[in-house]
Design a binder for this molecule. Structure first.
Ligand SMILES: [Zn+2]
Ligand SMILES: [Zn+2]
Length: 105
């Protein structure tokens, strides 16, 4: 986000967040759950594919990882069962792993 602010001097930070909020509502970007107050966004899975995140709890760095197909199936089956119990219609899932990255270790 600091980079964007630098290159678009005329945009205030709040207008950038407002625009991202619009893009989020339109389903183009989604907010990545971070460990601190800084909102992180990435393109929606529709564009970049289903994946998960490794989030550093110290610096907030986020990296992507893909779960093997078999594990995704198991995960979805588990979530479907939980959804059924909770009378909830499952439309997807998010799974973020928390830890400490190599530069913070
Ligand atoms: Zn880190
Ligand atoms: Zn998944």
């Amino acid at each position: 986000m600091p980079e964007l602010r630098k290159h678009r001097g005329r945009l205030t930070q709040s207008s950038i967040y407002r625009n991202l909020g619009d893009l989020e509502q339109a389903g183009i970007v989604r907010r990545v759950a971070g460990h601190d107050d800084h909102a992180r966004y990435e393109l929606d899975e529709y564009f970049i594919g289903h994946h998960h995140h490794l989030i550093c709890v110290k610096c907030g760095r986020v990296s992507d990882f893909v779960v093997p197909h078999e594990a995704e199936r198991t995960l979805n089956a588990t979530l479907k069962k939980a959804a059924k119990v909770g009378k909830f219609r499952l439309t997807g899932h998010r799974l973020d792993a928390l830890g400490v990255c190599v530069s913070c270790a």
